[in-house]
Write a protein of this length. Sequence first.
Length: 369
Amino acid sequence: MDAIKSFYGNEIAQVVIGLFALLTILSIIVLSLVWIERKYLGRLQMRMGPMRVGPHGLLQPIADAIKLVSKEDIMPDWVDRWVYWLAPLVLFVPSFLIWVTIPSSPTIMLRDLELGLLYVIAFSVVSIVGLIMAGWGSANKYGVLGGLRSVAQLISYEIPIIVVALTIAMMAHSLNLLDIVDAQSTTPFILLQPFGLFIFFIAGLAEVGRTPFDIYFAESEIMGGPFIEYSGAHWAIFFLAEYINTFLLAALIALLFLGGWAGPFLPDVVWFFIKVYSLVILFFWFRGTFPRLRIDQLMGLAWKALVPLSFLNFIVTACVLFYGWPNWALSGLNLVLLVGVFAASYRVMNSKTRTPKLNLVPAREVRRA
């Protein structure tokens, strides 16, 4: 009996230590992402970004974190207190627990789950409940509107993400993230699924609420969305969850399409972080380049484009695998779909921005009339 208690006690201690180490690493990563985003957007906008606190502003994220934690936490009298207090935790905890099974190398992870990809998808959906609770618990009409818009957006874009993830699992014949990376040992899935990567990338940006898909907390439209009544440390938790999800999206793209940690010369962990941070910089470039979409454009992009296209890609991949066609056939079909989507998008955008022709009447005929 004592041996059993000792065994379970040691295992619980290891889990607690692992979770604490994971939280510490993710907090450091979030601080680095804040600094990189500010400096990179500054360069895009021809300015220097943060420079005052620390060399080249390296300590600016720490100063911001201290400011958020030390700010007065104001809570209105009319809020639903239990819902109001629990909403940040319901949003943050699933985003944190997802990292339990995310590998950064064949040996560095907390738990190797056979259904790891299913675990990631299932817990990512739970975060939507936190946004609903934040809007509803605030008892504010703008917060409720922001919560409802967040539900509409996140559920809509969750569908193409799940379908593309199932397509990758079908190609790897496994839901284990290690097996998915091993299946790309010879050919990364980006070469076989460029169209799937395009859908996953766009839907993922909308899922984490990054610009140009940050419509549900657009300050110019609904006063900050479901977070309107939050301040101080509670608002910082929402902020922390957003950056953790951004890093998670980059990690999933690296694992599902870019071969994970595969690369020559450098250690596996180094290659993993090189790929992930490169994708994060691409996300920041999107923020500094594209304007925010309207709500009708946002929902139309999901239901009229990404959802049917993700199912089309799934069917095409299933046919190729079922009939045993070579890999170049799948790559070719994906490229045809990708070029077709870009051509159709260009034609639609060009038709909407084209200046209408004016039927001008010559001055001579006007004088005769």
